[in-house]
Ligand binder design. Structure first.
Ligand code: SF4
Length: 371
């Protein structure tokens, strides 16, 4: 350790950055202000070095993937968030809704190929009642008892509360009873009220997101969590977002993974530009450094693309998500990544990043190490 710190002192002139780096290497928790300084003034290589050092202490040289299927049952959505190219009105020529039979067939096909998790998120149509959300979970669990269902974002849970008059606690209990095992992390965007008023004023806000995830954790439902970055937020707002997440993780320990999601602007009303690779890597590295109570930081291959995902695995990330089969949400906004990958391809991506591929389940239990 002393050797690493001496090395830093030789190469870096900014004493504040050296002090923060030393704190990080000694396992200390950095403040919002220190994180902001790192993002603004530390160079990318230093951030990557610090993040990867912390990652290796927690995960060694392993990087995780899962054999799963993502189902986006419909893209019809009443909320029409300006940053989203996926949610459309019912009259839109791109509008679709899968039948329950179609969903079961898709899961069946993925199950035959070894999928152990179904991840379900979608638009929020006006005509779906509360029972539709619960009965879909029940039907999937009855048909595939040993598949793990990770479904409905906090935005969908909040909407269920609105249309049913039920509490978050009752809804999550009923979904758990029906067969739901975990919540995905979508819908967090950036918690700042200023940002949400600009990009998604009408759906569940940051407070509701945190309350729903906390309720899930207290009911024994683990959850993922995300941050959609690269639109109208400042770097400080990103870090404040992560601070809220870090606080709840201190309280409950119920988050399994943090997933920074790069914004894709194509086809959105908000528009804007794609994030740079440097911003993507800095954000992932900073997440690893700031979120000292997380074991897992994901480089989502759908938003980053395969090559940047490989770099991110050396900048603090230890997970790349899964085979997915057919992702539709980010593809609506222009990502040029494939819609899904074979298990063999994910293993190759991880191997070529210099890491040991490990297949995991939803809860980050190791299923198989591809040494
Ligand atoms: S982000 Fe979610 S809630 Fe907003 S329009 Fe898209 S699908 Fe609907």
């Amino acid at each position: 350790m002393a050797f690493l710190i001496d090395l830093l002192r030789e190469g870096i002139k900014d004493t504040e950055i050296i002090d923060i780096s030393e704190k990080v290497l000694e396992g200390g928790r950095i403040s919002v202000e220190e994180a902001l300084k790192l993002y603004k003034f530390a160079d990318l290589t230093l951030l990557g070095f610090l993040a990867e050092e912390l990652n290796r202490r927690k995960n060694g040289n392993k990087a995780y993937f899962i054999t799963n299927i993502q189902i986006n049952p419909t893209n019809v959505c009443i909320y029409q968030c300006d940053f989203c190219a996926f949610g459309v009105k019912p009259s839109d020529s791109k509008a679709y809704e899968m039948s329950v039979e179609e969903i079961l067939t898709r899961i069946h096909n993925a199950y035959q190929k070894g999928a152990r998790e179904v991840h379900i998120v979608g638009g929020i149509p006006a005509h779906w009642d509360y029972d539709k959300y619960v009965s879909l979970i029940k039907k999937i669990k009855e048909t595939f008892p040993d598949i793990i269902i990770k479904a409905w974002t906090a935005v969908e849970i909040h909407h269920m509360a609105k249309i049913s008059g039920k509490s978050y606690r009752d809804i999550l209990s009923e979904l758990k009873e029906a067969g739901l095992s975990a919540l995905p992390g979508g819908g967090a965007e950036v918690f700042s009220e200023r940002v949400r008023n600009l990009i998604s004023p009408s759906k569940a806000d940051g407070k509701a997101y945190i309350e729903i995830h906390k309720t899930a954790h207290l009911l024994g439902i683990p959850t993922n969590t995300t941050m959609l970055y690269g639109h109208v937020e400042t770097v400080e707002e990103r870090i404040r977002h992560m601070e809220e997440i870090r606080k709840l993780q201190d309280e409950t320990g119920g988050f399994q993974v943090f997933i920074p999601l790069a914004y894709w602007p194509e086809g959105t009303r908000l528009g804007g530009k794609r994030t740079s690779a440097v911003d993507d890597l800095k954000t992932i590295a900073l997440a690893r450094i700031f979120l000292d109570n997380f074991k897992n930081i994901k480089a989502y291959w759908i938003t980053l693309g395969e090559r940047l995902t490989q770099v991110a695995l050396n900048y603090g990330a230890n997970d790349i998500d899964g085979t997915i089969e057919e992702e539709r949400v980010v593809h609506s906004a222009g990502t040029d990544a494939e819609k899904g990958h074979s298990k063999e391809k994910l293993i190759e991506i991880i191997r070529k990043a210099g890491k040991i591929p490990v297949e995991r389940d939803t809860f980050y239990n190791e299923v198989r190490i591809y040494a």
